[in-house]
Write a protein of this length. Sequence first.
Lengths: 375, 720
Amino acid sequence: MAGALDMVRPLRFAPRRQRAIPTLDGAYLPNDRLDALPIVGPDLVCPDDVAVGTDGTLLVSTQNRLLRLSGPELRDQAVVAAVDRPITALAPLADGRLAIGLNGGGLRLLRSDGTVEAALAQLGGASLRCVTAIVEDPARGGVFFAVGTLRHDAEDWVWDLMERNSAGLLGYWPPDGGRAEVLLDGLPYPNGLEVEAGGESLLFTQGWTHSLMRYRIGAKSSAAVETVIDNLPGYPARIAPAAGGGHWLAIFAMRTQLIELVLRETRFRQEMMRAVDPELWVRPSLRATGSHLEPLQGGGIKKLGIRKPWAPPRSYGLVVRLDAEAEPVFSMHSRVDGHCHGVTAAREAGGRLIVVSKGDGRLCACDLDNTGGRA
Amino acid sequence: MSSTISPSPPTPFAARLKQVQYFWSPRQTFADLFAKTWMEPAIPFTVLVALLLVFSTIVPNYASAYNAGSMGREFAEFGFVAIAMGLSLISGGIDLSVGSIFALADFVALMGFSIWNLPVPLVIVLTVLSGALLGAVNGFFVGILRTRAFLSTLVTLIVYRGAFDLLTLHWSEQMAMSSASSPLWDAIGNGGILGIPSDVWGLVVIALIGHILLSRSRLGWHLTAVGASPRSARHAGISIRWVLFSIYVVSGMLSALGAVFFAARLASVGSQTGDSLAFETLAAVMIGGVSLAGGKGTIGRCLIGAGIIFVLGNGLIQMGYPGQVTTAVNGAILLLAVGIDVKWSKNRGKAIQKSYVNPTYLDYGPLPDAREGSGTPYAMNDRLRGAEAIALDQVEGPEDIILDREGRLYTGTRQGWILRFSGPSFKTRELFARIGGRPLGLAFDKDDNLIVCAALMGLYGVKPDGTVFKLTDQTNRSWFKLIDDSRLKLTDDVDIAPDGRIYFSEGTTRFDMHTWPVDGLEGRGSGRLVCYDPATGKTRTVVHNVRFCNGVCLTHDAQSILFCETFGLRLMRYWIDGPRKGKTEVALDHLPGCPDNINRASDGGYWLALVAMRTPVYDVAMRMPGFRMRMIKQLPIDEWLFPGINNGCIVKLDADCQPVESYWDPGGESHPSLTSMREDRGYLYLGGLENNRIGRIKLTGVDPTWTGCDSYWGKRRAAP
């Protein structure tokens, strides 16, 4: 009887795996703190990831170039490397080398002068087209990397979401640029990586399940992976350690009820993907353009000249501070009417938190005395 | 036209099939039907008919005239008591003593006839009076002392029953031996007129009177009000005590009337008389749809329910089942009725609401390219970006705007006001009139009265001195529609023919000011073009089933009316004169957005406002009714997919209604939800449904003296 009920349930009710989007309350209480942050750095087009080099300078990837920023308010820029494809991930190694991921082009190890030392294009016969995050293994010196999906380039991530794929993986690439190995595969878009406890475990974000996961390195059983945060209000991007314990989690877009509905509506989704330009889908986006062809939701209608900040967000800016137990403590927002959307990375550098708003093409700096103190 | 922004529709055959599939919505019919109050007794009535059919087939001679006669006779007695019970339930109480009153009245009738040998009319009067007296006791307790109806009538049930038992013990023998007889008495008990038993006639007469009293009289309305909510009734000034008292008296009289016929038929009293009546009639009226909660029920429902219980009991007995079976079945029915009563009254509104919106298949066809640099007449530009802001933050939602002969600017706002701006740069703000509703479309008639479509109210006018007068608020009711749509609700835009006939639009008859975009998501079209003729005072609908009937404009030659079909994405023409008079045709099809208002331009063409742009995803959704249905059901309205209301544009049409060029405010920086525009003395004025300003741009190459009033009514000045 119970079995029969279970068979009927998906017909009668929405699938049980469906989880309600958490309301923005408590640690997620909306504010305008991201918009209030001072903008730093030069004018950038689509900055994606940020890292602190071994020499303490700030590295930023922006499209095909890797820049080193310095000077007052980071206005001075120097090109560290220029490559043939957009850079999708970035990690400086302790010995001065750099590991980068390329859109549709795998991983590369760069010497400190920017020349290529080693390249990894394939793993187990599959092309690595969507490297989303890289982090150095402090124990062995190699790099852990996350591949969002094996089916699409990093720039086509929205296809992977709309196809509801689980085709991402975590891998390890030894320090000598030798044979890489797969640690975990079949993941729904791993999108951020952080090494924990001196290299014993990895924290990684999972985009399409809106979760933060932990992977214990070396543990072979199914117990190797555990869910740390379930059901985030948005799609997580990168995660970075915070001084004094804890983490900074960048959320690159918010979930909306309409997107969740479209993800459940297979026929509609397929027809939309077939017939409509991806820029104009019902989808999370790094930056809503306000084009007349973009879908509009009821709450987004301008009233008396005002775009309501609580409108269903097509794009949004959110950085969440997690404590050492990975519990959210507070968050910084750029709401629908804000100008710091599509945050793909947030990392501490020189006593400040650098927030990368890929959607609005800007870097912001947050003084940690003000915000970190609340942790 | 680019393939990337124009999703290709499915094959014509598949599309046609879908159109047919979604053309008629059973769900909507369900929603409309169940919103009707007459629908509620329809189910019990069907059950009654079904029961009669079933027993006719399985019981021999059931459908014979003789059987019908004898059943009718017994039923009528039961029917009187059922009405008595029903009335007490409608009043919010209950009369459990109907059976005992019936028994006592039966005794009184026989006493009067057999023992005292009174004349028959006197017997009847005496019996009914005794019923009234017994009912008055109930009424005194329940109505005057405000005791609980259930307990009070339970007590009287026991007391009356005891009295009846005592009296019968004493008198029954003498009654049985009485030889009193009267032809009239026999006629009442066993006779009839036209083959129909006399008590059935009595019941018909009483039911008709009762129905009229209950549904059309002050007492009936008061009764329903008291039953529905005694507190509100008292606040409304109704004397609860008096109403309740009288209803129990009436209840007693009705029971007694039933007893008269019973006495005349059987001429004897038995200890069982009226024993299970309270229980049976309660089951009857409840299955008929009279609510235990009070305030809901009609005489008809009482009788339908009584019919079910009676036919069922009678049928079971005729089939040879013992009486206990009938009682058990009645009990089960009562249980069922109570359950339905609770669930139905609680969920009916919800069920109607849930099935109210029924999206249909709508293929908008290829999307015209309106992107910047596309070279089409719709190509995006930023000509409205620099529009001068008038009345910034002094006006909320200027849906339509109009200028008078003096160049003063009028607009309706969401507060229900008409504002007037005048002076060199429209700095003077006056509250011209308070109409109420939501003033939308505006037009000046030949006497300089401002004619206003006040949504939610109807068609109104404002005299030059600011006096408001009503023109019309209802039109003829549509045939073949379950819902009465004669009342005008979402009146939208208006224009006036030279002979004074006023043509105006009603966006939709199914949704209101806050939910109008839902009409677009549904895509069915319930809007209409209506004509009001001041000469006759008559209002007639001239075009039906428009997918949101919006802007209305009289053509320059005054031969036809142009009206916008907002969610049909097209401009229609209705001929009001000339050889094609009365015909409707498409003037301009496949617009890139939803047309709102349309007005005359100085060059003989027209200005057309697109309030919202089509988005490719919206087009896909319009081809998927199931998706829209689930979206509407599962998501709150703020999450629904809407057409692009934040981006509108104004399209200039030539005299043949073909697009020439357009004016955009990309991104809706200052003029999102652009709903109207008006050309006047070389300027184009802009209004918007949700905006905080009126805009104005200078037009080049147009007649700088042209005004709308002159264009309609000639270059004369109104008398001061």
